[in-house]
Design a protein around this ligand. Structure first.
Ligand SMILES: NC(=O)c1ccc[n+]([C@@H]2O[C@H](COP(=O)([O-])OP(=O)(O)OC[C@H]3O[C@@H](n4cnc5c(N)ncnc54)[C@H](OP(=O)(O)O)[C@@H]3O)[C@@H](O)[C@H]2O)c1
Length: 260
């Protein structure tokens, strides 16, 4: 039997870049997709824009499994994450896809942040579609927290919602755990994937500051509202699912070249 053919959306993204070689190493034939494929590559790439469906038909031709990791957290997430996912699902149904793997985020059902609401709407569209599916929620990547703190690090004082609870995970460990679900059989809604420790954002920022030799004051930013209270209550964490093993400090030690 031929190797299963996988369409990976968001292949140029943080997760997509680590997933692509992992899936290929597992013996799967990977078709990578994004709006801007690299100009020269030996791998199979397609140009896909989920906001208007450009490239969808070609992307799904002969595909057995979809791994949907495209997202627009800083753009129009309703167009990409909700409408784009619905569009992708319709095309997946027409192509007879046997497993539609969706990457989601821990806490999307409890934290009413608009991007999370769009991720939740995408989860619901997937569950109500006839396409067999797998939904895996993951906690924040170390690189995401790092980039956030690197932006703040330029300020003379660091105003942060220090009581937010996070459980960051190394993206390569999340990718490795995710590949277990990339099979011809769907897995339904799966247990979440989290990093090794739950930390407050204040603790993560203090460790970051020490790692980079900054000594700027960290000021607690009091944020009102349901989004902030959800993060403070730990809704973005899954302490019983510590899948990643690389700690925040260990991850920073190997990424010090990315310092601000
Ligand atoms: N970052 C985190 O901490 C984190 C944590 C847990 C779960 N997740 C989830 O993991 C998944 C991957 O996240 P990530 O951080 O790797 O995302 P990312 O780095 O922001 O990458 C987003 C990807 O989506 C593609 N994309 C954006 N707009 C598109 C469009 N209109 N049509 C087609 N492709 C489009 C981008 O490629 P082009 O720009 O080339 O099109 C890129 O490849 C997402 O579902 C996210 O919610 C992320």
């Amino acid at each position: 039997m031929a190797e299963p053919h996988v369409l990976l959306t968001g292949a140029t993204g943080t997760l997509g870049q680590t997933l692509r070689p992992e899936l290929a190493a597992d013996g799967l034939t990977v078709r990578a997709a994004s709006r801007s494929p690299p100009p020269e590559t030996a791998d199979e790439w397609v140009t896909l824009d989920l906001t208007d469906g450009t490239g969808l038909e070609r992307a799904l031709e002969g595909v057995d499994i979809v791994v949907h990791a495209a997202t627009a957290p800083r753009g129009d997430s309703e167009a990409v994450d909700v409408r784009g996912t619905e569009r992708l699902l319709e095309a997946a149904a027409d192509s007879g896809v046997s497993n539609f793997v969706y990457v989601s985020i821990v806490g999307v059902d409890q934290i009413p942040y608009s991007y999370y609401e769009h991720k939740l709407a995408a989860e619901r569209a997937i569950e109500s579609s006839p396409v067999p599916s797998t939904i895996v929620r993951i906690t924040q990547f170390h690189s995401f927290v790092f980039d956030l703190l690197s932006t703040i690090a330029r300020l003379p004082v660091w105003p942060l919602p220090t009581a937010f609870q996070l459980q960051p995970i190394a993206v390569d460990e999340a990718g490795t755990a995710l590949t277990d679900y990339v099979t011809l059989e769907p897995h339904g809604r799966c247990a979440p994937l989290g990093g090794p420790h739950v930390h407050s954002l204040g603790d993560l920022a203090r460790a970051y500051r020490a790692e980079h030799g900054h000594w700027r004051p960290i000021i607690r930013l009091p944020l009102p509202g349901a989004v902030a209270s959800g993060f403070r209550a730990g809704a973005a964490t899954c302490p019983n699912r510590t899948v990643g093993t690389t700690s925040w400090n260990a991850w920073m030690a190997t990424h010090s070249d990315k310092t601000s």
